[in-house]
Write a protein that binds this ligand. Structure first.
Ligand SMILES: CSC[C@@H](O)[C@@H](O)C(=O)COP(=O)(O)O
Length: 343
């Protein structure tokens, strides 16, 4: 089961609606760019690698929908769609990467509109396949860092639902389990949208990998009690200075450092952003309502009129990172992004 794929039956993008998990496993189809943008904004599709593939399929979809009969007209329509998709969420670099990769192939190889439609779709489908292969490699390298009996803390969801399949942080755990190791996962709830309790716990429970959910604020106590051996998280963007990931990741990194617990980041090379500095990276600020109410409950969680700051991501300094696990191998400090990219 893939999180996202092209539906050939009606030329649309098929994806799991992650807002309904764990209660309901439902697939939705996005048939135009407005639906793609809505799905991304409302986190029906989420997680950096899945967003990258969604961006790619989105641009491919715009090519199928375009009625342009010139190459220039077709590329213009695809760029307009790409810009709209990129604006939906600013932090995960994979989204723009997915959009740009399909646009680039279309511009370089598209000799006529029908050829552009075909190669854009083929490239997006290739990216979906590549994502699975990359995650398997991340898993293979990362599994070597885990020992039989380890208790691993993870934050948010960096599993198969955040990718096309297998996952990055959870991919490492899946690979270790496939190697015969017994791993127990502590999944942080990940307020306010609860990707940890809703999605990570669902994925692992389905796979029969032992998982226990804690509130985000329980992590430090468990570390101080010696319950947690390792922390593995995913990433939305990695610059030379910081790992950007779900809000709360930084806190876990500080606590892990304090308690001498390895803090690993598992991510594909497409998440690396060697060009950007702190001032160029926008941390997504989401609606106050995600905190003012809990889930779909209409009772107030915060008094009306009290302002709320709902930041979706934070940044963990590289000095708190014990290693970055990628498809090119495991990289230890001093971590240099150019070295990771070169492999
Ligand atoms: C392999 S997913 C890596 C990250 O994208 C993940 O840890 C994360 O922070 C996802 O945030 P989300 O807001 O759910 O898209």
């Amino acid at each position: 089961m893939r999180t996202i794929e092209w539906d050939d039956s009606d030329s649309s993008i098929k994806m799991i609606d992650q807002t309904l998990l764990p209660g309901e496993l439902k697939f939705i189809n996005c048939r135009n760019i407005a639906e793609v943008c809505e799905a991304i904004q409302s986190l029906r599709i989420r997680g950096a690698p899945a967003l990258g593939v969604c961006g790619a399929f989105g641009v491919a979809l715009s090519a199928q929908l375009s009625s342009a009969n010139t190459v220039e007209g077709m590329i213009k329509d695809m760029k307009t769609a790409g810009e709209a998709i990129k604006k939906t969420r600013p932090t995960a670099i994979n989204l723009g990467w997915g959009v740009d990769r399909v646009l680039q192939v279309a511009e370089e190889e598209g000799l006529d509109p029908q050829l552009i439609r075909n190669i854009a779709l083929e490239e997006a489908k290739n990216m979906a396949d590549e994502d699975v292969a990359v995650n398997k490699k991340i898993g293979k390298y990362g599994a070597k860092l885990l020992r039989d009996g380890d208790v691993v803390l993870t934050h948010c969801n960096a599993g198969r639902t955040a990718c096309v399949d297998w996952g990055t942080a959870l991919g490492v755990i899946r690979s270790a389990v496939a190697d015969g190791k017994k791993i127990t996962v502590i999944a942080c709830e990940t307020r306010p949208l609860n990707q940890g309790s809703r999605i990570t716990a669902w994925e692992l429970h389905e796979d029969k990998i032992p998982v226990q959910v804690i509130t985000d604020s329980t992590a430090g106590f468990l570390m101080s009690e010696g319950v947690i051996n390792k922390v593995i998280v995913g990433a939305d963007r990695i610059t030379q200075e910081f790992v950007y990931n779900k809000i709360g990741t930084y806190t876990h990194s500080v606590l892990a450092k304090e308690h001498n617990i390895p803090f690993y980041v598992a991510a594909p090379v497409s998440t690396l952003d060697p060009e950007s500095w702190e001032e160029n990276v926008q941390i997504e600020r989401r609606s106050e309502d995600e905190i003012r109410y809990i889930g779909s409950c209409k009772d107030l969680n915060v008094p009306a009129g009290v302002p709320i700051l709902n930041l979706a991501f934070d940044k963990t300094p590289m000095e708190n990172v014990s290693a970055i696990i990628t498809e090119n191998g495991v990289f230890y400090p001093p971590i240099l992004l150019d070295e990771i990219i070169l492999g």
